[in-house]
Design a binder for this molecule. Structure first.
Ligand code: SAH
Ligand code: DHB
Ligand code: MG
Length: 214
């Protein structure tokens, strides 16, 4: 085993990506998409949470090329569904193709459009797990939607909540200051029991919340 960091060690032990996920990641880079898909440790955490929750319906905000979408869908039972929201048509097209190639087309729906518009159409639906991973300034709005679309026992995960500590800066950019506000909203919400989990060897983090009984 040749691991130099905790996350490399975790990936050496518990697995990272298979050949299919590596191939679609490399293709996405060739297509010029940003390589900002979930790192292996967050992919594993999402899979564990889907299984632990016994989730059958998952909402993802921010699809990119479908990397995390496929990880989530694979963790679901055959009758489970992932609904993933994506504003960029090029991303959504590639993600749909990847989901098809993964043999998961019947478990995944990708909704093209600004997430805040697509969410309006989901009003009334319920989800067992919500993964927030799109435009950072809208995270506080996505939190409201996540709370609206879930019930006690459901799980909310949000990526990129630490940003190398930028959330602490007084002169944080728009993304980091929205994230600091998001983290505070999560922390202050009595309906949520929350922890923050380091990713990317401490370079970033995700919050993981469970919705509590009222
Ligand atoms: N969850 C993906 C990574 C998502 S990257 C993975 O781990 O594989 C963030 C994605 O959010 C990008 O594809 C970007 O186009 C999309 N996005 C940005 N703003 C958005 C918006 N307002 N509505 C929906 N998607 C948005
Ligand atoms: C960025 C966005 C992400 O969702 C991520 O995981 C890493 C980086 C970004 O916009 O820079
Ligand atoms: Mg992210």
């Amino acid at each position: 085993m040749c691991a130099t960091t905790l996350d490399e060690y975790g990936t050496a032990l518990f697995g990272g990506e298979d050949d299919f996920l590596r191939a679609i990641r490399e293709e996405a880079i060739r297509e010029g998409l940003p390589a900002i898909q979930v790192p292996p440790e967050l992919g594993r955490l999402l899979s564990v949470l889907v299984a632990a929750r016994g989730a059958r319906s998952v909402l993802e905000i921010g699809t990119l090329f479908g990397y995390s979408t496929i990880l989530l869908a694979r963790a679901l039972p055959l009758d489970g569904r992932v609904t993933s929201l994506e504003v960029n048509p090029k991303h959504a097209d590639l993600a749909r193709r990847n989901v098809q190639r993964a043999g998961l087309a019947d478990r995944v729906e990708i909704e093209l459009g600004p997430a805040l518009e697509s969410l309006q159409n989901l009003n009334g639906r319920t989800f067992d797990l919500v993964f927030i991973d799109a435009d950072k300034p809208a995270y506080p709005d996505y939190l409201e939607w996540a709370l609206r679309l879930t019930s006690p026992g459901d799980v909310i995960v949000a990526d990129n909540v630490w940003r190398r500590g930028e959330v602490l800066l007084d002169d944080a950019d728009e993304a980091a200051s929205a994230m600091a506000r998001f983290n505070r909203l999560v922390a202050d919400n009595r309906r949520l029991r929350t922890t923050i989990v380091s990713t990317r060897d401490g370079g970033d983090a995700a919050i993981v919340s469970v919705v509590r009984a009222e």
